[in-house]
Design a protein. Structure first.
Ligand code: HEC
Length: 178
């Protein structure tokens, strides 16, 4: 009987040990699982970090693009201002003209005869201009605009305008040599 009790006790003890061993294993498993979870969290964190880094480079790229756009815009504005100044300079008188020419002729032929709507007068001789004006006025050369303008002018005005326009080229050369 004692032997039987001893055997049962041993069995129980063994059983208990087994249970303890098993639960130890469980604990280990739990430990491993939590390690795995921790690892996966690290991975997840890394996964989150990577796009953040990418996003940063993207925002940098965008801001560079914006800076370039801004610079291009400013350059365009400057170029436009420069062009405006240039065309203003192109319309600016290089030499003084009579008030008659300025008032009656410059709007179409340019402040210095460079030509706008009307043809370029710069480089024409006084004789050429006088012939043209006479022909316009007489109607030999038909141009409604020039006829209308010249019909109210006398020969003295035609002559002085012709002489003046004939001197434009020399005046421009003198100005350019300054
Ligand atoms: C409203 C615009 C206008 C005005 C203002 C004007 N012209 Fe003209 N002019 C023209 C046009 C357009 C022609 C070209 C006509 C043609 O060839 O048939 C022309 C032609 C001429 C020509 C002949 C040029 C050539 O190549 O044969 C002379 C010279 C001339 N103009 C002088 C004058 C004078 C001087 C004045 C000021 C009194 C004047 N024009 C005012 C528009 C104008």
């Amino acid at each position: 009987m004692k032997h039987i009790i001893a055997a049962v006790a041993t069995l129980l003890a063994l059983g208990a040990m087994f249970v303890v061993y098993q639960s130890d294993k469980e604990v280990n498993k739990m430990g491993e699982i939590s390690k795995m979870i921790a690892k996966s969290q690290v991975k997840v964190n890394l996964g989150n970090n990577a796009p953040v880094v990418q996003q940063q480079t993207q925002t940098e790229a965008v801001s560079n693009e914006e800076i370039e756009k801004e610079q291009a815009k400013k350059k365009k504005e400057l170029d436009e201002k420069l062009n405006a100044l240039k065309s203003k300079a192109g319309n600016m008188a290089a030499f003084k003209v009579s008030s008659l020419y300025k008032q009656k002729c410059s709007s179409c032929h340019g402040v210095n005869g460079g030509g706008i709507i009307g043809p370029k007068l710069l480089g024409k001789s006084a004789e050429e201009v006088h012939q043209a004006l006479t022909d316009f006025k007489s109607g030999k050369r038909k141009n409604y605009v020039m006829y209308g303008l010249l019909s109210k002018m006398d020969e003295a005005q035609l002559k002085s305008l012709s002489d003046e326009i004939g001197s434009f080229e020399q005046k421009l050369k003198a100005y350019q040599q300054q």
